[in-house]
Design a protein around this ligand. Structure first.
Ligand code: UT7
Length: 335
């Protein structure tokens, strides 16, 4: 993304984007060696054909670093010009401190403040983007936002209800005020905490602290998920958030060139398109290649959509997401 020569007040948005996916590809067929499943079941219920798996020696910060460096390069900015780092992840480097501390050190940015937004699952990146936007409006120059997930490391490889769904990836954006920014026209977010137990990883918190018994039962990677409930709410909330964000910006869906939804499941994406009355060529999909990559899903999809020439200068692009919490959100961009 080219950086603007002169700064135009009022235009806050993305000046750089980057994504990273690990090299190793795991097919559906490979999952049949771990759980009672089939390529046919996974494809027909989710649309997923393969996903990327981090190498054994890679950890969350390795993925985050690669995406961050690519976003910085895309923005044409050295790390010294970043004044805040926000990391959205549910699969942190360690339990305490947060991943942003590791990333700050890895990027050699000792004077940069950093924090994580954790626990909002796949909605994390859009939440972080919204926070970054307000930080820039509040006077920060350049905020680096990273969505990173190494879900295959923490999930239960014996639970077919969840393990086949996820993949590893990272995506990043630099948010700043610039005349050439991809402008964030509007952003919306919502939460329904009454559904906190519908999609959760409980062990390790104060309700269920780590214990020998819990570890013996593999509870530390026991992601509880009522799939159908998540499915229905994801469709409802992502569509609702899309409408809200358009209304906020005084825009209409027919003016939107591309919708980039969270990539959880092809059927969820198709249902959102149906509810909104969107033609399939207006919806970006890469879930078949990467599975659900949590908070990395939106930036990864956005980078791929842009690099594939799916968006042009002036286009309106709508991002919409949903995750554990339940949390959801949408963002309207103008390229
Ligand atoms: O970003 C948020 C993260 N979570 C999600 O996005 C998940 C949202 N939900 C979904 O994507 C879908 O609900 C699933 C893909 C998880 C499941 O699809 P479904 O059409 O809702 O299937 P279901 O839950 O109704 O299960 C159907 C059957 C069950 O067997 P029985 O009880 O009918 O005999 C499951 O045990 O499919 C079985 N099943 C599997 N079979 C083969 C569940 N997982 C698998 C599997 N392989 N991997």
């Amino acid at each position: 993304m080219e950086r603007g020569k002169e700064e135009a007040p009022g235009k806050v948005g993305l000046i750089g984007l980057g994504a990273y996916t690990p090299d190793r590809i795991m097919t559906n067929e490979e999952w049949t060696r771990h759980v009672d499943t089939s390529d046919e079941w996974i494809r027909s219920r989710t649309g997923i054909e393969r996903r990327r798996i981090a190498a054994e020696d890679q950890t969350t910060v390795d993925l985050a670093e690669q995406a961050a460096l690519r976003a910085l390069e895309d923005a044409g900015l050295p790390i010294d010009e970043i004044d805040e780092i926000i990391v959205a992840t549910d699969t942190p480097e360690v339990y305490i401190p947060d991943t942003s501390a590791f990333l700050q050190h890895r990027l050699q940015a000792p004077n940069v403040s950093a924090f994580d937004l954790a626990g909002s699952g796949c909605a994390g990146f859009l939440q972080a983007l919204d926070v970054a936007r307000s930080r820039v409006l509040g006077g920060r120059q350049h905020v680096l936002v990273v969505g990173v997930e190494l879900l295959t490391r923490l999930m239960n490889w014996k639970d077919r209800n969840t393990c086949v769904l996820f993949g590893d990836a990272a995506g990043a954006a630099v948010v700043a005020r610039s005349s050439s920014a991809v402008e964030i026209l509007s952003a919306t977010a919502g939460t329904d905490g009454s559904k906190a137990d519908v999609l959760a990883l409980e062990m390790g918190g104060t309700r269920t602290p780590f214990s020998e018994e819990g570890a013996r039962l593999d509870l530390h990677h026991d992601i509880v998920m009522k799939g159908r409930e998540v499915f229905k709410e994801a469709v409802r909330r992502m569509s609702q958030a899309a409408r809200e964000v358009l209304e906020q910006a005084g825009e209409t869906l027919d003016r939107v060139s591309l919708v980039v939804p969270h990539q959880a499941n092809r059927r969820i994406i198709d249902a959102v398109a149906r509810v909104l009355g969107l033609a399939s060529d207006k919806v970006f999909m890469n879930v078949q290649e990467f599975g659900n990559t949590g908070s990395a899903s939106i930036p990864l999809a956005l980078v791929q959509a842009r690099d594939a020439g799916r968006v042009r200068t002036g286009d309106l692009v709508l991002l919409t997401s949903f995750g554990a919490g339940f949390h959801w959100g949408a963002t309207l961009l103008q390229f």
